[in-house]
Design a protein around this ligand. Sequence first.
Ligand SMILES: CC(=O)SCCNC(=O)CCNC(=O)[C@H](O)C(C)(C)COP(=O)(O)OP(=O)(O)OC[C@H]1O[C@@H](n2cnc3c(N)ncnc32)[C@H](O)[C@@H]1OP(=O)(O)O
Ligand SMILES: O=C([O-])CC(=O)C(=O)O
Length: 370
Amino acid sequence: MTATKGLEGIVATTSSISSIIDGVLTYRGINIDELAENATFEEVAYLLWYGKLPNQSELDGLIRQLGEFAPVPAEVIEQLKLYPKNSNSMAALRTAVSSLALYDAEANDMSPEVNVRKAIKLQAQLPTVIAAFARIRQGKDPIQPKSGVSVAYNFLYMLSGEEPSEVAVKALDQALVLHADHELNASTFAARVTVATLSDIYSGVTSAIGALKGPLHGGANEAVMVMLEEIGSLANVESYINDKLANKVKIMGFGHRVYKDGDPRAKHLMKMSRELGKQQNNLELYEMSVKIEELVTGQKGLKPNVDFYSASVYTTLGIARDLFTPIFAISRLSGWTAHILEQYENNRLIRPRAEYTGPANAKYIPIAER
Ligand SMILES: CC(=O)SCCNC(=O)CCNC(=O)[C@H](O)C(C)(C)COP(=O)(O)OP(=O)(O)OC[C@H]1O[C@@H](n2cnc3c(N)ncnc32)[C@H](O)[C@@H]1OP(=O)(O)O
Ligand SMILES: O=C([O-])CC(=O)C(=O)O
């Protein structure tokens, strides 16, 4: 038995949800470029869960359900108030999702219709939990979600308590479309491993949130913003990046396990970053990001991934840095749950082997002789 480090190149399951073939990403066979330009996040979530685009009445039905499920149990809001104010936002989300299961009478019901309903419920409740946490830690009251509006609108509304601009809603909606699914990425794999034991959907999503949190995966979008803040201005980019590269420090938001010629999602986020910057008459973050890309691609051949330009996009939308990865979770929840449903449909326990590298024939030594 020989181990493949990081399972690189290992095909661990079949899936009909999303594909990355020759650098092209599709959801259910539809090119991400087409979806990014035309689809709303709710259409994409429906596509991932049901395997087809919704017609108008199906879409209206989903938006209605999302509105009905969006309020979270009062007990969960009370618990959020007890979390330390400086809690890591992904840790808070991981805890809150685990807690949501305790207040869902259907949490352990494994029938397929109930599992789809729980996927929609979680999709509706994640934004409410994150926005409530963000407000509570600022000493503000949470805002009740609206019904009949998009996930992007509701999240921005619940964060600030004000009607979000059309531009902001459209930008966030497009970012949600772009992050919704990505084949067997680490957090989706974690979700599938968990539910392949026939554990429940909340357990799968809690595992996935834990995996997304790390800076080699979803946590990279926050790490990119930390870097942009450390750099501070366009004039400092070159010396900062050259220094990091010379010291073999990884530049967050670059590189990818699967894409070697660039992440097809990055160009959409780059464009969004430029357009939002222009609208606000402040292109500094965008220009700094472009300069970083020039240097990192020029010197290392590494291309930006989905996390790189999303940092300047979310900051330009006025969103706090530590909510970037939770926003990724809001979007990826649709993909995680689609994969969980697919795993249940054709389940087999996921249990690979390890190549043993420890000592052989070791003997037990009585404690007095050690
Ligand atoms: C949504 C997402 O999850 S997208 C990914 C988000 N993560 C990041 O942006 C973090 C920065 N990037 C990385 O750490 C990596 O590129 C990963 C984790 C995305 C992929 O990792 P792997 O496929 O294991 O690639 P690995 O880390 O082995 O990199 C291969 C080589 O490129 C280098 N490299 C990879 N990414 C970077 C980077 N961002 N900056 C500098 N060098 C890098 C590695 O140091 C390594 O060099 P070496 O061969 O000289 O040792
Ligand atoms: O697929 C991966 O390894 C990481 C990624 O880009 C994602 O999850 O969107």
